[in-house]
Design a protein around this ligand. Structure first.
Ligand SMILES: [Zn+2]
Ligand SMILES: [Zn+2]
Length: 213
C-alpha cells in the first residue's frame, strides 16, 4: 500500500507547489488508484500530479472527506478529465454530480478490497481506514470530528497502526499512544508538540511525501 501526498500546505519534494489544502493518492494491490480529497484548486493539484507522474485518468475512485473548499476545490477539474471514477462524499454534503455514480456516505462502508470509510462522523467528515500488513492506516482530511472519534471508528476494522492527514487543533495527545506512525499534515496546529512527544513515530508531511506500508 502506498500513499502519495499530492497537495499540502508544506513541501516534501522540490519542484512541487504548495497550497492550503490536502489531497493524497492511495494505491493498493488489486484496486484502482484512489484519490482522497482534491486540495483547494485544480491547477495546483494537476501540476503536482504531473510532476509526480500520476495520471488523473487512471484514478478509479475519488473520496471527499468533507465539503470544505480546501478539500473539494480540485474536484471539478479532475472530473473534467476523468469521466469514470466513482465518487464517495459524506452524506451531509449531498453532492449530485451529473452522469456520475456518487455514493453518499453516512455509515461505515467498504470502498475497495482493503479500503474502508469510517462513515460520516459528527455530521461532517469521513476518513479512510486502510488494511495493511502492519495494521490499519487511517487517512484523515481535517479531523473535524476529533482524532479520538476517528481512531475509534477506524478500529472496527482492526488494530490502528498509524494516522496520516490533517489533525486540525488536536491536542488530546494521549489518544495517539500505541500508534506506530504519526504523520500530521495540512491544518495540524501542533506539529512541533507531536514531534516532541512521538519522536519515533513522527513523520513529516508535505506535497510529494510518499509512504509505503
Ligand atoms: Zn475542513
Ligand atoms: Zn482542511
Amino acid at each position: 500500500m502506498k500513499i502519495t501526498v499530492v497537495y499540502d500546505n508544506c513541501l516534501s519534494k522540490p519542484g512541487l507547489r504548495t497550497g492550503w489544502g490536502f489531497s493524497c493518492l492511495v494505491e493498493t494491490g488489486g484496486a484502482p488508484p484512489l484519490l482522497f480529497d482534491t486540495g483547494a484548486d485544480g491547477a495546483t493539484l494537476l501540476y503536482n500530479m504531473g510532476k509526480l507522474g500520476i495520471d488523473p485518468g487512471q484514478i478509479g475512485i475519488i473520496v471527499i472527506s468533507h465539503a470544505h473548499g480546501d478539500h473539494t476545490g480540485g474536484l471539478s477539474d479532475i472530473l473534467g478529465i476523468n469521466r469514470h471514477a466513482e465518487v464517495y462524499v459524506p452524506a451531509s454534503s449531498a453532492a449530485v454530480i451529473p452522469g456520475r455514480k456518487v455514493t453518499l456516505v453516512s455509515k461505515p462502508l467498504q470502498i475497495s478490497e482493503d479500503i474502508f470509510s469510517t462513515g460520516e462522523l459528527k455530521g461532517i467528515e469521513q476518513s479512510l481506514a486502510i488494511k495493511t500488513t502492519k495494521g490499519i492506516a487511517v487517512v484523515a482530511g481535517c479531523s473535524h470530528p476529533g482524532v479520538g472519534a476517528i481512531l475509534d471508528a477506524a478500529s472496527r476494522y482492526g488494530q490502528v497502526y498509524g494516522i496520516i492527514g490533517g489533525l486540525h487543533g488536536f491536542s488530546d495527545f494521549d489518544r495517539l499512544k500505541g500508534l506506530s506512525l504519526v504523520c500530521p499534515c495540512h491544518c495540524t496546529q501542533h506539529k512541533s508538540e507531536l514531534g516532541h512527544l512521538f519522536p519515533e513515530q513522527y513523520m513529516s508531511c508535505g506535497a510529494g511525501h510518499e509512504l509505503e506500508l
